[in-house]
Design a protein around this ligand. Structure first.
Ligand code: COA
Length: 209
């Protein structure tokens, strides 16, 4: 199944891919270190997710004719380019994987299945001001959750709390953009514009620093 590539602008692209078994040679582009990581994943489903999201990154890079540099995880778990050029973020959820690449700025991407049970955990990741404007609707809550995940991944540092440090401005269920900010951390406050997309029963969000 082909990767769906979407150029966001001249510096960034989004890649979405159905998770499926990949022929072994499809992963030849991986660095030695990445191949080691891949073969160390014992769970078959996780291996498939991992591989599909790396192919999504590769396909996004191909759309700019940029060679795949290999990526390593920093101490926070964020993927960093081995040659120090370009930024990526990736996500995998039931049946789908996605990646975003940007030449110059950190990025964050997230996908989540819309599920009823998110309504019962709102108090864990939402501030009271957010609980006030959100309808008790799984789509609205999932958009809020996913926007916070994208912001979290874009900033990349562990120890940032979804409820206490990431605050969203009021938005509607059909909003294409959600504004959010990081506050109250050791790092500078920063405002993020998060783009949203609904694909079947899945929310996709992404943000560029
Ligand atoms: C790590 C975390 C970002 C992963 O998100 P997820 O929705 O479980 O899974 P996704 O498939 O969307 O994303 C996984 C990818 O995130 C990336 N990731 C992990 N840590 C990251 C970080 N600190 N910064 C950026 N990206 C990160 C990895 O590339 C990972 O994929 P990989 O393991 O194949 O390399 C998330 O679970 C997390 O820890 N969030 C912060 C903790 C928190 O506050 N949780 C909610 C409180 S109620």
């Amino acid at each position: 199944m082909q990767t769906k590539i979407e150029k966001i602008d001249s510096s960034s692209a989004l890649a979405i891919k159905i998770i499926e078994d990949q022929p072994e040679d499809r992963l030849d582009f991986l660095s030695f270190r990445e191949k080691l990581s891949f073969y160390n994943i014992s769970h078959a489903k996780k291996r498939k997710e991992w591989a599909t999201s790396r192919i999504a990154i590769k396909d996004a890079l191909d759309s700019f004719q940029i060679p795949y540099p290999g990526f390593f995880k920093d101490e926070h778990g964020k993927s960093q380019s081995m040659n120090g050029r370009g930024f990526v973020s990736l996500t995998h959820t039931f049946g789908m994987a996605a990646a975003i690449f940007h030449r110059d700025s950190p990025v964050g991407i997230d996908m989540d299945l819309i599920r009823e049970k998110i309504l019962s955990i709102g108090f864990r990741f939402l501030d009271s001001s957010e609980l006030d404007f959100l309808e008790k609707d799984p789509l609205h809550y999932t958009l809020a959750w996913s926007a916070k995940e994208s912001i979290f991944k874009c900033q990349g540092k562990r120890g940032v709390s979804f409820r206490e440090n990431i605050l969203l401005e009021p938005f509607e269920k059909d909003s294409k953009v959600i504004w959010g900010k990081i506050h109250g951390t050791d790092h500078d406050d920063h405002h993020f514009q998060v783009r949203t997309r609904i694909i079947d029963q899945t929310v996709l969000t992404y943000t560029i620093w």
